[in-house]
Design a binder for this molecule. Structure first.
Ligand SMILES: Cc1ncc(COP(=O)(O)O)c(C=O)c1O
Length: 385
């Protein structure tokens, strides 16, 4: 068996989900919304199953969806993408990332990764033969600097896997950050693999800036999105890959032999959804921001130091100023067992030298779910107060 997968331990996510079930906890560990997602988009999918095409769709995706993706990114991110040669539909962002890593890396190539990192990245990089080089981000700002990038990049850097907005921290990297990263990519000749699944879930008037739009990056960036996050339908697993034709041609070869296609009925519904009026997207954002504020205010009033959440479904607290005698994982285990609220220790998102004081909660839940969690959290600091 291949040790990359055979030697992976049981993840903290699995442990926390099991403990949440055992203790009948309010589960704010997993990152999916309570809301069932837009009814019209779900109806379109149902209609497409009943009345539409249910055989293999084209390998690159339904033409109507690729056209809708191009129009959507022109409208929202001012990008000019050719639906025929620069857009491909995949079975979720996860397939897009796996396929891109298999297509872009040769054994021994270095891949720059930012910690904390999404759990799928490292095993996929390793299985593709890539050698990880980490940029370690720290609270409260989670920003990278020229010095941190200089330490991670080398002449062997081939790919930079960059998640913006960043799960788990909820950081939205702005123009100065991505221009700096673009300079490093250009200098080293690296391809930027941009996981932008959270691009629409940004708050307080922010607009997502795609790295592909930065000078010099158009030909060396793979931009990845996910309908699951755009429409709060995380189980749909409809992803999009956007890249210049020379890159996309190679990525398509990997896709051809991984999944080949993605369910056509879901593709039809996503094509419809991407054309929804601006107010749908604005309301989605403001509804999530309202939940974030409700939960953040509640946590603050209980004495928890709350970190800024600029995007995603996640809010973090930093235990460091509280001087507790337990780390993030110990705190989460006590929280779920004694207070019946499940959260995720952010140290689980580090492969080396973890930050051990930050805990992630998913706030994309109904008011009563958040309020129930806050009620239960009321006693969590008492023991150490
Ligand atoms: C950063 C990041 N990338 C990728 C994914 C997975 O996307 P998909 O469900 O489209 O495969 C997630 C899901 O939480 C995510 O947070």
């Amino acid at each position: 068996m291949n040790p990359v997968f055979a030697d992976l331990p049981v993840s903290v996510f699995e442990v926390m989900s099991r403990l949440a079930r055992e203790h009948d906890a309010v589960n704010l560990g997993q990152g999916f919304p309570d809301d069932p997602g837009p009814l019209d988009v779900r109806r379109k999918a149902a209609e497409a199953v009943v009345d539409g095409w249910n055989q293999y769709p084209p390998m690159l995706g339904l033409p109507e969806l690729r056209t809708a993706i191009a129009a959507h990114y022109r409208r929202w991110q001012d990008l000019a993408l050719d639906p025929e040669s620069e857009i491909m539909v995949t079975s979720g962002a996860t397939e897009a990332i796996a396929g891109a890593l298999l297509a872009l890396i040769e054994p021994g190539d270095e891949v720059v990764l930012f910690q904390p990192l999404y759990d799928a990245y490292l095993p996929l990089v390793r299985r593709a033969g890539g050698v990880p080089r980490f940029v370690r981000l720290e609270p409260p700002g989670w920003r990278f600097s020229e010095e941190l990038l200089a330490r991670a990049f080398s002449p062997k850097t081939r790919v930079v896997l960059f998640n913006n907005p960043l799960n788990p921290t909820g950081t939205v990297f702005g123009r100065a950050d991505i221009e700096l990263l673009a300079r490093f990519c250009e200098r080293s000749g690296a391809v930027a693999l941009c996981d932008e699944v959270w691009e629409h879930v940004v708050f307080d008037g922010r607009r997502h800036l795609p790295l592909i739009a930065m000078p010099g990056m158009r030909e060396r960036t793979v931009k990845i999105g996910s309908a699951g996050k755009i429409f709060s339908l995380t189980g749909w697993k409809v992803g999009f890959v956007c890249a210049a034709p020379a890159l996309l041609r190679v990525l398509a070869k990997a896709h051809q032999f991984i999944t080949f296609t993605t369910p056509p009925n879901l593709q039809a519904a996503v094509a419809y959804g991407l054309g929804k009026a601006d107010d749908y997207f604005d309301t989605m954002r403001s509804d999530f921001a309202r939940s974030r504020d409700r939960f953040a205010d509640g946590l603050r009033s209980l004495g928890f130091p709350v970190l800024e959440a600029q995007g995603t479904y996640f809010l973090n607290i930093d235990l460091a100023p509280l001087g507790l005698n337990e780390d993030d994982e110990g705190f989460c285990r006590r929280l779920v067992a004694e207070h019946r609220v499940a959260a995720i220790p952010v140290s689980a998102f580090y492969a080396a030298d973890p930050i051990r004081s930050v805990v992630r909660f998913c706030f994309a839940k109904r008011d009563q779910t958040l309020d129930a969690a806050l009620d239960r959290l009321a006693g969590a600091l008492r023991r150490t107060a």
